[in-house]
Design a binder for this molecule. Structure first.
Ligand code: APR
Length: 249
């Protein structure tokens, strides 16, 4: 039997007693798969300036910088494999107790771990494809990155000439409305929200745990660092996700 601390024992008990669990993840669940998160000391924002949506659409130089960052980060994302944290959510799904998997993550490790695509709600889109901002045509990220390295620093849509952008939601870009509606509905109907690997500082995603609490659900936060929502959580477990999640699920 793993020697669980009090917080882990309480989390384990709450999860065992829950029937309709909603998972909520941030980049912290994928660092053990080799994908850097954003706000850790070695995270994406420690090395890259943020290119806002308005800058992307209005400046060729900013589009070139945005694509440079994406092409640099793609190999680690592409090579990543799901880890014990992802598999813990699959276990809940296999027990029929995972009502939804809401994620801020863009690398599709939840889908690659075996969760059905319709269960995964990608609030911030995905980096696995590029999308034309004019006609909506999509191409695989492998193809988009190849075109950048082959001499198109900011590739355009082959169909209509529009701007191609990784299919993620940038700061200043509209959130996917239908995904947000489904995520809020699942959150309002759950009996426990398990928030894992997020600094919970980016809105509107970070409001999801609040919505769960307001709807009467239990809230468990698993994260290496404290978050602003620790104060409203029923249990907070600080430490490495790969160790904690299998022990409490
Ligand atoms: N185990 C536990 N916690 C971890 C681990 C780990 N192995 N690795 C990282 N963490 C924690 C970090 O301490 C941090 O608090 O995960 C958290 C990740 O926070 P962020 O890097 O801010 O990532 P996230 O919360 O997903 O960011 C939200 O911000 O930049 C935007 O669109 C981007 O979706 C992203 C959003």
């Amino acid at each position: 039997m793993t020697d669980l601390g009090t917080a882990q024992r309480t989390a384990r008990k709450l999860i065992a007693g829950a029937a309709r669990i909603v998972g909520f993840t941030g980049a912290g669940i994928s660092t053990e798969s080799g994908v850097p998160d954003f706000r850790s000391p070695d995270g994406v924002w420690a090395r890259n300036r943020t290119v806002y949506y308005q800058e992307f659409v209005s400046s060729e130089a900013d589009r070139v910088e945005y694509w440079r960052q994406k092409v640099e980060g793609w190999p680690a994302m592409r090579a990543a494999r799901p880890n014990a944290g992802h598999h813990a959510f699959v276990a809940l799904h296999e027990q029929g107790r995972l009502a939804a998997m809401i994620t801020q993550n863009i690398e599709r490790l939840h889908q690659r771990s075996g969760l059905p695509a319709e269960l995964v709600m990608e609030l911030h889109g995905t980096s696995t494809e590029a999308v034309c901002l004019t006609c909506g045509d999509r191409i695989p990220m492998d193809e988009a990155c190849r075109r950048v390295t082959d001499g198109e620093p900011a590739p355009r849509c082959k169909r209509c000439g529009g701007l191609l952008k990784p299919a993620t939601v940038s700061f200043g870009q509209a959130m996917p409305h239908d995904v947000m509606v489904r995520a809020y509905a699942a959150t309002e109907a759950c009996d426990l929200l398990l928030a894992v690997g997020s600094s919970l500082v980016v809105e509107p995603a970070a409001s999801i745990p609040r919505v769960a609490k307001r709807a009467g659900a239990r809230l468990i936060i698993v994260n290496r660092e404290p978050t602003p929502l620790d104060v409203i959580a029923d249990v907070v477990v600080h430490g490495e996700i790969g160790d904690i999640l299998p022990a409490i699920v």
